[in-house]
Design a protein around this ligand. Structure first.
Ligand code: DHB
Length: 306
């Protein structure tokens, strides 16, 4: 069997995608992840202009692969993205997904227009970072109308480039948000972004460890939340899903596919090296062969059949 798949007209060697924010800062690091077995890679979120991010410490290692982070989406702006995408393309032919972030609707449109010129294979709209609330208020992904409006504005300026909208699990009803961005023109849903935010206190100093005090939770601890979100979104929309959240093994990736994801994102599990992609891909193949399944697509959403 083989893992090859087609997602919105994009050909991937396997359904595994590097999630945004991990190992995606430079073209060289993205290319290394692609070489180590990712089917596609997603860049760190691009801002129109320089965006500072939070001071250190920005990440707490909670053990067992779980992280709490508030990096604050630091970035140098779209010119850096242009250079890094060019570097990536010199090193890899694999699909490149561009994540974008912005502080308001107008800037989402401008950032999307600038990034569309770089011709990524897909644009992922990050409206769900939980760590910039002090700067910009509640994430757009937490409101049905804000999420739809951001989607509409971006879809209008990026033309034929497929648009995935990355949703937050930190809402009362994620399917309602998924349906609103689908109606506003999204071509796919990415689910989920980090959970929380949460907090860890250093009890010796009685101070929060993160400089931002609060941060998004990722890693295996959030996987059941991600699987449920993907399962429910699959039943509620027609557009495909890039499922992510705590996937660490081939077994976890198969679970995401069965819940309804067409592609599976790997984030925190790649923090110590992108060799994990090859390992997860091999474990998926092992599962497929044992079950005598021929195509990745045959597994998508099968947990919905009773
Ligand atoms: C950050 C961004 C995210 O989208 C997220 O889920 C967690 C952290 C950040 O850069 O702080």
């Amino acid at each position: 069997m083989q893992l090859k798949t087609n997602f919105l007209g994009i050909h991937l060697e396997n359904p595994l995608v590097l999630a945004s924010g991990i190992l995606g800062t430079t073209g060289a690091s993205l290319a290394r992840v692609a070489k180590n077995g990712a089917g596609a890679v997603t860049s760190k979120s691009t801002w129109l202009k320089r965006h500072a991010g939070h001071p250190n410490p920005t990440v707490v290692d909670l053990g067992d692969g779980n992280l709490l982070n508030a990096v604050g989406l630091p970035h140098s702006g779209t010119e850096e993205t242009r250079i890094e995408f060019e570097n990536f393309r010199k090193l890899s032919q694999k699909p490149l997904f561009a994540s974008i972030a912005a502080r308001n609707l107008k800037e989402f449109g401008e950032t999307a227009a600038a990034v569309a010129k770089l011709k990524p294979d897909l644009i992922e709209l990050n409206i769900s970072c939980p760590n910039v609330e002090d700067e910009f208020g509640k994430p757009f992904a937490c409101d049905v109308n804000d999420a739809a409006e951001a989607t509409r504005i971006v879809k209008k300026v990026i033309g034929e480039i497929p648009l995935a909208v990355k949703l937050s699990p930190n809402v009362a009803n994620i399917t309602e948000i998924a349906q609103s961005v689908e109606a506003a023109g999204a071509d796919a849903i990415t689910a989920i972004n980090t959970v929380g935010p949460g907090m860890v206190i250093d009890i010796e100093t009685a101070q929060p460890i993160l400089a931002n005090k609060f941060g998004g939770l990722s890693g295996p601890a959030i996987r059941p939340i991600a699987v449920k979100a993907v399962f429910e979104i699959f039943a509620a929309v027609k557009i495909p899903i890039i499922g992510m959240g705590g996937v660490t093994t081939g077994r976890d990736a198969v679970e995401m596919l069965q819940a309804g994801a067409s592609l599976v994102g790997i984030g925190s599990a790649a923090k110590d090296g992108s060799e994990i992609f090859g390992k997860i891909a091999a474990e998926i193949v092992e599962f497929y062969e044992r079950k005598k399944i021929k195509n990745v697509a045959d597994l998508v959403g099968i947990a919905h059949k009773s």
